[in-house]
Design a protein around this ligand. Structure first.
Ligand code: HEC
Ligand code: HEC
Ligand code: HEC
Ligand code: HEC
Ligand code: HEC
Ligand code: HEC
Length: 296
């Protein structure tokens, strides 16, 4: 059973006078066995998942995840920030136990939380694990190139576009072969865990993928990945050389060749999430050589 009344107990003990303590104990005793929460704290995480889930592996793993640093990196990052950036970089301000509570407007000045539990879970959801979005669309709703903050001067990474094999220039759609075989998509590799009970170094709520997952279906992927990587990095150098020499950077061909290059580079540096598509994108960029530097 979850020990979910424990934090409320200690919290109230601190807050209430000793005279009130007896009464408090009675209230808490009455709550054991239900999933209601009574108390409120001024903790930055108004969502308060920790009061009930704080001792679980999910919570502890999340502490090691990149998601925990999403707000710091946003604010300290080199880009122009605006409040709308927070839709993916910060949450956890609404107390789910207070239905009547007002939804808080969070700004860059008031934000304190990173990618918290409630960006992915809500006890009000009817999905498995109370996910806020289908498991297929959860990660890609944030991990995409276009953050919807046009003009802010930032292009995010391209895992979603590369994995689904789309948005590149001059190349037909080419989803990764993994899209078909991985019902949970990103989650299949990034949350894979050998043992669900122990706190993992990768997988689970660390969200860190690991090449050991490949062994489920591939032999010898280590060698193959090395080969792909060398091949792709060579092509990237060739494309970069052409881009550097290009005469007209406003030209449509230049923009297309550069887009494809950026997509491959923006995905782990060498298009890891879809090697076949990465090759096709770079091949297209290379095919534009004549148009880009032909007059030299
Ligand atoms: C009052 C205590 C309480 C709070 C606060 C709470 N939970 Fe839960 N949660 C539970 C209990 C009890 C269950 C198991 C029964 C059920 O499914 O409702 C559960 C189940 C879950 C599950 C389903 C998977 C599982 O382990 O059974 C998820 C996911 C989850 N909670 C996430 C969250 C998140 C995220 C928050 C914060 C937004 C949160 N919970 C807040 C008590 C709580
Ligand atoms: C659609 C969701 C979304 C929005 C909106 C969003 N981001 Fe991000 N951001 C991400 C994701 C996902 C990552 C982590 C992976 C990556 O780098 O793409 C990230 C990473 C970052 C990073 C750290 C990595 C790096 O490239 O240095 C910075 C800085 C950043 N975002 C700035 C911003 C700024 C500034 C805005 C608003 C103009 C913004 N983000 C809006 C999803 C978003
Ligand atoms: C980026 C999205 C995301 C965030 C943030 C997140 N979770 Fe999850 N969580 C998931 C997904 C996806 C699953 C289902 C995993 C699966 O099906 O393999 C899950 C599963 C769970 C489960 C079910 C048991 C398990 O470990 O698989 C619990 C409990 C849970 N999450 C609690 C939490 C808590 C508590 C937090 C905050 C510390 C949190 N989650 C933050 C995406 C997220
Ligand atoms: C609400 C938006 C959002 C969702 C949903 C989301 N992420 Fe993230 N993710 C981010 C942001 C923002 C960062 C950037 C953290 C930072 O600044 O380093 C990030 C960082 C990461 C990182 C670390 C990247 C690095 O370079 O260290 C991984 C891995 C990751 N996310 C995987 C996932 C997976 C897998 C899912 C789906 C289960 C998911 N994310 C869902 C917003 C999101
Ligand atoms: C659930 C099973 C499964 C897992 C796990 C898996 N793959 Fe695959 N992968 C496939 C299937 C099916 C194909 C398409 C048929 C083929 O080419 O073997 C494929 C194709 C590929 C391809 C392109 C074709 C080729 O073989 O050169 C690469 C590259 C690849 N996988 C890399 C990886 C890497 C890296 C991992 C681990 C991070 C991984 N795969 C994990 C099932 C899987
Ligand atoms: C076939 C397994 C597999 C699938 C499916 C997968 N990834 Fe990855 N991902 C990996 C591996 C392996 C790494 C590299 C980890 C390392 O370098 O140790 C990685 C790296 C990453 C990184 C961090 C690397 C960087 O670019 O800096 C992010 C963020 C990420 N993946 C997000 C996603 C998202 C979002 C999806 C779904 C669209 C996804 N991944 C699907 C295996 C996978």
């Amino acid at each position: 059973m979850r020990n979910h009344t424990f934090p409320s107990f200690s919290m109230l003990m601190v807050v209430l006078l000793s005279l009130m303590a007896a009464l408090t104990l009675t209230v808490i005793a009455a709550q054991i066995g239900t999933s209601e929460v009574e108390p409120h704290t001024d903790s930055p995480f108004a969502e308060k998942c920790y009061t009930c889930h704080g001792n679980e592996v999910a919570y502890k793993e999340w502490e090691f995840s990149g998601h925990k640093h999403a707000l710091t990196n946003l604010i300290e990052g080199p880009y122009e920030t605006r409040d709308s950036c927070l839709s993916c970089h910060s949450a956890g301000y609404d107390d789910p136990t207070r239905n009547w509570g007002e939804k808080q407007e969070i700004t860059l000045k008031t934000a304190v939380n990173a990618v918290s539990c409630s960006l992915c879970h809500s006890h009000r959801s009817h999905r498995k694990d109370y996910l806020t979005k289908s498991i297929k669309s959860l990660c890609i709703s944030c991990h995409k190139m276009d953050c919807g903050c046009a003009g802010a001067g930032i292009i995010h990474q391209s895992q979603s576009e590369m994995f689904l094999g789309r948005e590149g220039a001059g190349v037909k759609r080419m989803p990764s072969p993994h899209v078909k075989v991985m019902k949970k998509r990103c989650v299949h590799c990034h949350m894979a865990k050998e043992d669900s009970e122990t706190i993992a170094k990768h997988g689970g709520h660390t969200f860190k993928a690991n090449f050991s997952t490949c062994k489920q279906c591939h032999e010898d992927m280590d060698q193959k990945i090395k080969k792909y990587r060398t091949e792709i990095e060579q092509k990237m150098q060739a494309v970069k050389a052409i881009l550097d020499q290009a005469n007209d950077r406003e030209d449509e061909n230049y923009k297309q060749a550069k887009l494809n290059y950026d997509m491959v580079k923006g995905d782990s540096g060498y298009g890891l999430h879809n090697a076949i598509y990465a090759n096709a994108l770079l091949d297209y960029s290379l095919s534009l050589e004549q148009e880009l530097i032909g007059n030299r």
